[in-house]
Design a protein. Structure first.
Length: 127
């Protein structure tokens, strides 16, 4: 049995809801970053964005899927301008290093979409 502290290079992987995206200004029809939400109480809470882990073709495909879920009533408040907010219907697998002091993901990387049936496994924040 080891009593050593976890490695500083260790990353965690878990599931988060995609609650929108920031459009890409340099590549029309793509996204710059995905906006992520974790379950919190009876809804969701914004936990940061991820802009790495997907190539341009994946970014375009994600945008098409997410655009079908646009909503005028966002599920959570997200800081920023020119954001596209959506219903939390898509589930993303995200690898990240840690949590920041203000409750955001540190160094997140997109690893792929998961089946919507996996929504019950979306990360839940403590109350």
């Amino acid at each position: 049995m080891s009593c050593s502290a976890p490695s500083e290079n260790s990353n965690e992987r878990t599931l988060f809801a995609i609650i929108g995206y920031e459009p890409c200004t340099g590549l029309p029809g793509a996204i710059a970053s995905l906006l992520l939400g974790a379950r919190y109480r009876d809804g969701y809470k914004y936990v940061g964005s991820v802009g790495t882990g997907f190539k341009h073709d994946v970014a375009r495909s994600l945008k098409k899927q997410i655009d079908k879920l646009k909503t005028k009533l966002p599920p959570v408040r997200v800081p920023g301008k020119n954001l596209v907010l959506t219903a939390p219907a898509l589930v993303a697998e995200i690898e990240y290093r840690a949590w920041t002091n203000d409750g955001k993901l540190r160094h997140p990387s997109f690893k792929g979409l998961r089946d919507p049936d996996d929504a019950s496994e979306i990360y839940r924040l403590p109350d």
